[in-house]
Design a protein around this ligand. Sequence first.
Ligand SMILES: [Fe+2]
Ligand SMILES: [Fe+2]
Length: 303
Amino acid sequence: MHHNFNFKDVLSSSYRAAWQIEDVLPQDAALDFGRRFLPENLARVDDIAFLSQEEKKVLNQIRGHEYLSIFGLVEEFILPFVLDHARPQLDGDDHRVRALLNFAAEEAKHIHLFKEFHRRFTDGFGTECAVIGPPQAVAAEVLRHDPLAVALAILHIEWMTQSHYLDSVRDDREIDPLFRSLLKHHWMEEAQHAKLDTLMVETLAEGRDESGIARALEEYLEIGMFLDDGIKAQTGFNLDAFEAATGRRLTPDERTELEKQQHQALRWTYLGSGMTHPKFVATLAAVSPAARDRIAEVAPIFC
Ligand SMILES: [Fe+2]
Ligand SMILES: [Fe+2]
């Protein structure tokens, strides 16, 4: 056993960490468009030599918009998955039932919060930013996979939000305070989700032989490739929004360079930072050392 998580303890820490949307986003609060929204570790705009400081700030804010949108999108498949996982266990352990239903309720709250933030962004930014989707289609594609593969993808997402906050946001005093508070509050509740997801992965892996695990892992990678296609398309939308917001026409060479560089930044944000998270890797290793090795082999592409 590589952890000491259990449903009862996770449930009580969930109740201690819980917040209301109004605490994070008060009625009169506005985003400060004079600041950046995402930490540089995720945005990766500073090294683009041909952009001005102002242009880097705008691209960073568009990345912030994308973060709100992509999280809204992934949480739309997490919610039904957790409900489906809870449903057959309603007669079982009471702590487990309550912890899973609370998990689902928190994700519904996060979807709501991300939408509200998105609305404030749109009100203040002034330029339309396109987003991949629709969320229902993304959810349908992800959820058609083996439940163990989906649970691994969700575990990856939960740990990824932990590292976004702890490694990049917590000590960053430059980014917009409201955005920082969003990432902090999301982190607070996701910390419990990561533990619940670990328990879900273990339940779903139970009794599978090595080939059953290997098949699920390949499906997890398929979900990853599907999301990678999505974020590649999103990179193009971000650059369209950048040109519209700044009025700058990128030359074909600049556009090609930015597409490549920013696609990699999105890969790190949504794929690499989850796949390489030590806790995600530890759960994989506990399920199957071969699975851990397979992921270690492909992860550098997404970092
Ligand atoms: Fe969430
Ligand atoms: Fe979550």
